[in-house]
Write a protein that binds this ligand. Sequence first.
Ligand code: 8YV
Length: 299
Amino acid sequence: MLEAGLLDLAEVVRWDLLDEDGQAAFLQARAAQVHAVVTGGHIGCPPALMAALPMLGIVAINGVGVDKVDLAEAARRSIAVTNTPDVLTADVADLAVGLIIDLLRGVAQSDRFVREGRWPAGDRPLAHRVSGRKFGIVGLGRIGRATADRLAAFGPIRYTGRTAKNAPYDFEPDLLALARWADVLVLTCPANAQTYRLIGSNVLDALGPHAFLVNVARGSVIDEAALVEAIEQDRIAGVALDVFENEPHVPDALRQSGKVVLTPHIASATIECRKAMAEIVLGNLRAFLAGTPLLTPVT
Ligand code: 8YV
């Protein structure tokens, strides 16, 4: 979808498909011919690449997260940065709800149980009720709000973040207090210096052995080593993760634990969403090439 549209606009070089030597050779021969970088939210534009492209005018992110682009450096060099807000909100919120239901009810595990022919030997152990649970949201931005609105059908909602929002949910400024209250803590905050490894052993212990954690934000928001330890020591009931510290690599301890539901960063990966995201990326690039106002500049 996106790549086909890009080919209509300009020459496209797939940087991610070049090996180290190929990347070095490309930069040596053609660095000054690159005017735009198109990238994913969780990939961004590495500082060394940005520095190596003297004519770079735009970094067009095919995603909402801007954490992997040095915005200050981009501003200093007058490089525009765009992202794709709004169009992915519903899909990410939908997946958060799906992960919660899977985590508490054991949907994926039950599927494996049937497929592997284990049913005739006996029923699955009982799972956990979703309805009536208390849901804590970390970051009530667009995605957090959409997630909260869906979860309000299941149980009470409280949220934390930098400031109280105009929302029909209780604001809890103290993350630890929110974790102590919640049965399910859902991470929907942006990745930045303030949220780096925000969820460490103190928050995991505030959640406790009967509570669950869901991450559809960024891997960097959780201290993954602390999480592995909490899972191995039964200090938390279960975890569902769509994002990881070092994607696409997932620690063995997470892959092997029966308390963990894993998805490979698919929150925005629907045909409808990716089509809408691609249209915004292409719209921004067309505007950049035409010198007209960008559709969704990151400010
Ligand atoms: C996308 C994301 O998977 O929006 C983001 O920041 O991380 C994801 O929704 C990714 O950007 C797709 O390229």
